[in-house]
Ligand binder design. Sequence first.
Ligand SMILES: [Zn+2]
Length: 214
Amino acid sequence: MNTIVILGQHVEVPFATDTSRLGQLATRPRLDPHAVCQVILHHDACLSARACFDALHGRGLSTHFCIDNDGTVRQFEDPGARIAFHAVGHVRGSDPDRPQAQVAFNRASIGIDLSNAVDVKFAHRYDPPRDQATLPVQGRPYTGLLPYPCQVEAALELLQVLRMHFPALTNDHREELRWLGDLTPATPGIWAHGQVSRVKVDPFGFPFSRLDEV
Ligand SMILES: [Zn+2]
């Protein structure tokens, strides 16, 4: 039986999971799970979810879920009980002297990483090979490795489960991987790290229009 853990309870899910590394990363307590209204999507810039876990552990960072190359959803933290350290972003301010401010998007969000090194120099490390594409990111063409289709399907299934358990989590979303500066840590929806941060490019190649399905 495949399960993920939400607020300490095992929840049965219709996709492959692994909770063997649950609760080992740097986080802080989430005192108000009802406040969860966002997901921030990432790619991990690593070759596997195991390498992602090790990198986060080494840097004192965390994410709630990492979707491995075969589509297995590896859960690192309980999204109802722990705030993970996964997303620094920027918001546009009204003060002309400080036109944009750096803020954390962690307090009311769940972090989901798709494992993908993205840089084409890693193409030979993947079997089966990943497709490549050149897509606009932050307004410029960016060439990278795409997520495997099984990772996208797993992400959509995981998001459906999370929306059942976190009623304030909407599926508002955008199709362009670009920072506009109007999203805040309190804006409900499923956002890309590159949509809340002006310097991030993740998750590269995610088909955001499919978030209509969750
Ligand atoms: Zn990110």
